[in-house]
Design a protein. Structure first.
Length: 720
């Protein structure tokens, strides 16, 4: 796979490289993806680099174009002749002085006389380079508008009309504009809380080709959106410095960890497009960490302590010395290597603590525990070990041993950073740079694995992939796209500011991804439909093909049934007036002749006349309708609310006191016959209702989940 990446470093003339990628993509069987990364200064700088098999093979416009020429000679010709034109484009067509530019355009005008292409008889590197640079030059707009250079205009517009050229640049421009818009909204307070992404950070000691980052999830639950941010940022900086990413499972607590969680994390990372250069396990280092712990005891830097947990916690809080702190090295070694290692009754009462400073103002340095006994069999090592290293002892050791250069982690660990460095110094291990960033928080959302597990255990949700959960699987099942999720994370950047985001932000980004490609269909609430007898319509069913998306023909076609007996929704029918002309979407205008109501004033049926010669631009009401035939499909529409009622839980709040009573809402609708052709996972729009994802189609029962659009409120008052 060849990937084209955008980042913030060089002028916009690299549009040409982007166009080259699209050109090659349509001309060969090779798949090329455009990797839209966040841009530091969107108004100024964008550059392009090409990666093949996850290695950067070319950067800057010259090298990228030449790479394509060598890699795909069958579709991009004229490398030799192109060199002169590439240089001409860069040197002469980038100028913003019209007087100077006109001289160069005269040369191009003369060359294109009696020529359709700059070199040869089909698109070449020359066309790509020259067109791409002109496309980025703001003066070109007036040139085309005034048609001063007839041949240049003809040639330019010919390429512009080709979707491999103009459409691709428009896609890039639109994508960048959306990221810029989101960043601006966040920084100016347009949304509740947010900030502008900024990747202009100086990783200390970072060198191109030498940076190694790591993503160390604990396999004790499913990957949630907070983990996703850490994974994406670690991958981002590894790529930025052309380094490596290690995915390491921090499997040091057998009481909580399962192979099921481990497998799901790898699957979710794959969904996010994140592949580590290698996968490792903390459990691979159990013996090494045990040896280091023994070394610390011998060096007088660790001791065994059987002080009861509550008393130990109180002593650490008050800076009181443990009565076991002055145990001899021999006594500590005997307890650690015999009692704790074998999980005896005495061993179970003890933990191993680092002897740092029990009075230190930073409580993380007050002799933290680094080993505890646990008799639960480990999912990888079985019963080999009866005690396990704790996170703050394990991570710095394994980071150092695996060659990690930069440990990126959330700033909830900031107070523990000195502890991290103390461990490395105490053991004489290679130093590791730490960069901390803010974890992502969302209103009315819990990210604690323990609390999420509580919802699963209590039956509030089906499982970890429930659409109300902030897990990657949950938001994906709700309709979040991989592009939407990763674009949002990148747009947030590695800020150190802790913020509480509104879910509308991320769903708004997602909407930008799905709106241009989501097929449009029709669904009417089953308990709220009114029959319409339509004079002038076919007496028997007529099926025609209509566009699924009027603004994007490439989405394809759908079947629409036309007949004289149709259905509309009661909410629409209640607004009709006799003699009024309305528009039936995908059909034409209709004149309401007679409205029949019951004693309660509810519309029971309508008589109307088809009026196709009417002007839909003049009608105020554009109505969804369905043919009342056996082809209509019954569907279930499911909407959701947040699991908790409070935007932000304060310290001391019990989340169980803020459980939303009802968070799932079901309604039955009838939809058009095209639903039968849909596959689970398909994202569509039921017009005038919203976006939906087909979650299940078992036994002919179609269940659709609503996809929030970032701004609307559903009928139940729940924010989408």
């Amino acid at each position: 796979m060849t990937t084209l990446s955008l980042a913030a470093k060089a002028p916009l003339i690299d549009y040409a490289s982007l166009v080259a990628s699209a050109f090659v993509n349509t001309g060969t069987d090779n798949q090329i993806t455009l990797d839209f990364q966040d841009v530091k200064e969107l108004e100024k700088d964008i550059t392009v680099s090409v990666s093949k098999d996850e290695k950067v093979v070319a950067s800057n416009i010259d090298n990228v174009l030449n790479f394509f020429a060598e890699e795909y000679p069958q579709v991009i010709i004229g490398k030799e002749e192109a060199q002169e034109w590439i240089k001409f484009a860069k040197d002469e067509l980038t100028v913003k002085d019209f007087k100077k530019l006109s001289v160069s355009l005269e040369k191009l005008e003369s060359h294109l006389n009696f020529r359709s292409f700059i070199v040869g008889f089909k698109f070449s590197l020359s066309d790509i380079a020259v067109w791409g640079v002109l496309r980025a030059n703001p003066l070109m707009g007036s040139v085309i508008k005034n048609s001063v250079y007839i041949n240049v205009t003809r040639w330019y517009q010919f390429l512009e009309s080709d979707k491999r050229f103009g459409a691709v640049v428009e896609l890039m421009t639109k994508s960048i504009a959306e990221i810029r818009k989101l960043a601006k909204q966040q920084s100016t307070g347009g949304k509740k809380e947010g900030h502008k992404a900024n990747f202009d950070i100086d990783l200390p000691g970072a060198k191109i080709g030498e940076v190694v980052t790591r993503f160390p999830p604990e396999p004790s639950g499913y990957l949630h959106i907070g983990h996703a941010k850490a994974a994406v940022l670690n991958k981002y900086f590894a790529d930025m410095y052309k380094g490596k990413l290690i995915i390491r499972f921090d499997d040091t607590n057998p009481s909580k960890e399962k192979e099921e969680f481990q497998d799901s994390i790898l699957e979710d990372l794959k969904l996010l497009g994140i592949k580590g250069d290698k996968i490792t396990y903390s459990s691979d280092y159990f013996q090494i960490m045990y040896d280091y712990a023994v070394q610390m005891i011998k060096d007088g830097k660790a001791y065994c302590d059987d002080t009861p947990s509550e008393q130990m916690r109180a002593e650490r809080m008050d800076g009181i010395k443990s009565s076991r702190r002055d145990r001899t090295v021999e006594e500590n070694l005997q307890i650690f290597t015999e009692e704790m290692k074998n999980g005896t009754e005495i061993g179970l009462k003890n933990c191993l603590r680092a002897k740092i400073d029990y009075e230190n103002p930073n409580k993380a340095l007050r002799d933290p525990a680094i080993y505890r006994c646990n008799l639960t069999p480990h999912h990888r090592t079985g019963t080999t070990w009866k005690m396990y290293p704790l996170y703050d002892f394990c991570v710095p050791i394994v980071d150092s041993l695996e060659g990690v250069t930069h440990a990126l982690r959330t700033n909830e660990y900031r107070d523990r950073n000195p502890q991290y460095q103390w461990m490395l110094e105490a053991l004489g291990l290679r130093k590791v740079h730490i960069w901390d960033f803010a974890r992502v928080n969302f209103i009315r959302t819990l990210l604690s694995k323990r609390k999420l597990q509580w919802f699963v255990d209590k039956g509030y949700v089906g499982n970890w992939d429930d659409p109300r959960f902030p897990t990657v699987r949950g938001v994906r099942r709700r309709g979040m796209t991989v592009e939407g999720l990763t674009n949002f994370i990148i747009s947030q950047g590695p800020s150190k500011n802790i913020i509480n985001l509104d879910w509308n932000l991320i769903w708004a980004v997602n909407k930008k991804i799905i709106d241009p490609i989501a097929p449009r269909h029709t669904a009417l609430n089953k308990e709220n439909i009114v029959p319409v007898k339509l004079t002038g319509a076919p007496s028997s069913a007529v099926i025609e093909d209509k566009l699924k998306h009027k603004k994007n023909p490439e989405v394809g076609y759908k079947k629409v049934i036309f007949i004289d007996n149709v259905l509309v929704e009661q909410d629409d029918a209640a607004t009709f007036e006799e003699g009024e002309e309305i528009t039936f979407m995908d059909w034409g205008n209709v004149i309401v002749d007679k409205i029949h109501k019951n004693d309660a004033g509810i519309v029971t049926s309508i008589d109307a006349t088809l009026h196709l010669e009417g002007d839909f631009k003049k009608t105020k009401k554009k109505i969804n309708w369905l043919a009342n035939t056996d082809d209509k499909v019954e569907v279930e529409l499911v909407d959701f609310d947040h699991l908790i009622t409070k935007d932000k839980l304060e310290e001391g709040d019990n989340f169980e006191d803020f459980i939303t009573p009802t968070t799932e809402f079901h309604s039955i609708a009838v939809a058009d016959l095209n639903v039968k052709d849909m596959k689970v996972g398909d994202i569509i729009q039921f017009e005038r209702k919203g976006y939906y994802r087909l979650d299940s189609d078992k036994d002919g029962k179609y269940v659709f989940f609503t996809i929030p659009d970032g701004k609307s409120v559903n009928r139940y008052g729940a924010k989408k």
